[in-house]
Design a protein around this ligand. Structure first.
Ligand SMILES: C[S@@+](CC[C@H](N)C(=O)[O-])C[C@H]1O[C@@H](n2cnc3c(N)ncnc32)[C@H](O)[C@@H]1O
Length: 186
């Protein structure tokens, strides 16, 4: 059991050894979660791409009960764990979906916030596709928020600017960087 306190909110999570950061909330994930309230606190349709054991999605669903949150992961073990964790934390406004990227996400839903701590060791195209497809799945003025290791900032900055036209650095430590882009009409 991993016990997490973010901004005064206590959450409890089951994890599995094969999932990302099974013993504690990853510091990068925490940076992303903590950034949400500063940059996009009023989301109504949010998606967590690559949810793992569900920390980001469950935090988003819990702190914004009027929102609909979707969490996707391509790993069935992650999906089962995140589903159990949503129930354990009393979250009912979250759909946890087994999906390779956006493949199984209803195309009619447009999101106002997409967040991700993406897999960066599975080939660059996985993250580059996620960024490109996020642009398509966001509504006007919707935002994407990504956390990566600080050493990967030049690559992610370039991709965000290529697809969205611009990006901002939201927080930065020597280990992680949280980046954001907003979808605006050209
Ligand atoms: C770095 S982990 C982050 C997990 C969790 N969001 C966190 O911060 O603790 C990346 C996650 O992306 C998932 N993933 C990898 N490729 C994916 C894909 N094509 N579609 C959806 N999820 C994917 C992995 O299974 C993993 O759970």
């Amino acid at each position: 059991m991993v016990e997490v306190n973010v901004d005064g909110l206590d959450l409890k999570f089951e994890t599995l050894p094969d999932l990302f950061s099974p013993k504690k909330l990853d510091n990068g994930t925490r940076s992303l979660v903590e950034a949400i309230k500063d940059v996009k606190p009023d989301y109504q349709n949010a998606l967590d791409w690559g949810t793992g054991w569900g920390a980001i999605a469950i935090y988003m669903a819990k702190t914004q009960p009027s929102a609909n949150v979707v969490a996707v992961d391509s790993d069935i073990a992650a999906i089962k764990t995140a589903t159990a964790n949503a129930e354990q934390n009393g979250v009912t406004n979250l759909s946890v979906v087994l999906s390779h990227g956006f493949d199984e996400v209803d195309k009619d839903i447009k999101f106002d916030l997409i967040v991700s701590n993406p897999p960066t060791h599975r080939g660059r195209e996985v993250v580059e596709d996620m960024i490109a497809q996020s642009f398509e799945r966001l509504e006007e003025n919707g935002a994407i928020l990504i956390v990566v290791e600080a050493r990967l900032k030049p690559w992610i900055s370039k991709q965000l600017s290529r697809v969205f036209g611009d990006h901002k650095v939201i927080t930065r430590s020597n280990k992680h960087v949280v980046l954001m882009s907003t979808k605006v009409s050209q």
